[in-house]
Design a binder for this molecule. Structure first.
Ligand code: HEC
Ligand code: HEC
Length: 199
């Protein structure tokens, strides 16, 4: 992708960045709804079977990103049989409430704005959106800090291989080698940030 095109995307996004994309949810109602989710997301180290990777941490993740991910599964735009099944019967209100709950999960590192991250060359292009400390700089851009390493590897390969489509992430991942992906995943997983919500 041409550099000018990339900048055009960034500028276009900037123009919309002031307003939240989704309505604010009710975290208390979300906590009740989240009970069934914690069977996987609330168990530290719980794994997806094929391929094998740990289910993503949601505690402290950006609300708008969670809401977008759930709409993606529900509407069939993001592929994953189990998560599509989980999301299929959720209303927009349920999704916003669940997102508010997971985003507000008590998390001191994220509340404090994250930790100081070491310089890492391979992450130089990532910081514009995922922040110098791995915390997303816009509500719809996910926080990577503290996420499970094997889930990050899985996600980056999905963008690179065109399994998971996103106009911003596909060009970012398209030139990454397996070694780059492993290094980036290890770097972000090693930063303090996201947590497993407890059941
Ligand atoms: C049976 C286990 C299981 C259950 C139950 C489950 N999930 Fe998931 N969830 C997963 C797996 C595995 C993934 C990773 C899927 C992928 O690769 O896209 C995932 C991904 C997600 C993501 C995307 C995270 C990211 O970083 O992109 C969100 C958001 C999510 N789940 C929310 C929920 C909510 C809300 C519920 C309850 C309504 C729920 N999940 C129930 C296993 C589960
Ligand atoms: C222009 C902004 C932008 C840049 C630069 C960027 N990303 Fe992203 N990234 C996004 C957005 C937006 C998403 C969510 C896309 C979606 O919904 O699938 C995302 C998603 C991700 C995810 C999946 C997170 C999850 O929870 O599933 C990973 C991993 C990731 N990015 C890593 C990187 C890495 C590594 C780099 C640098 C090589 C990078 N990104 C550069 C915007 C960006």
């Amino acid at each position: 992708m041409k550099l000018a095109y990339r900048w055009a995307i960034l500028i276009a996004l900037g123009a919309f960045s002031a307003a939240p994309v989704f309505a604010e949810g009710d975290a208390e109602r979300g906590e009740v709804l989240a009970y069934s989710c914690l069977g996987c997301h609330g168990i530290e180290g719980y794994r997806n079977a094929y391929p094998s990777f740990r289910v993503p941490k949601l505690g402290g993740q950006k609300a708008d990103y969670i809401a977008a991910a759930l709409r993606g599964y529900r509407d069939g735009e993001r592929d994953h049989g189990t998560m599509q099944g989980q999301a299929v019967s959720l209303s927009d209100q349920d999704i916003d409430d669940l997102a508010a709950y997971f985003a507000s999960y008590p998390n001191e590192t994220i509340a404090a704005g994250g930790e100081q991250a070491p310089e890492f060359d391979k992450a130089a292009t990532c910081v514009a959106c995922h922040g110098g400390n791995g915390i997303g700089v816009q509500p719809t851009w996910p926080t990577l800090a503290g996420q499970h390493e094997d889930y990050l590897v899985h996600a980056l390969k999905q963008y690179r291989d065109g399994v998971r489509s996103n106009v911003l992430m596909m060009p970012m991942a398209s030139n990454l080698t397996d070694a780059d992906i492993r290094a980036l995943a290890a770097y972000y997983a090693g930063l303090k940030g996201l947590e497993t919500t407890e059941k």
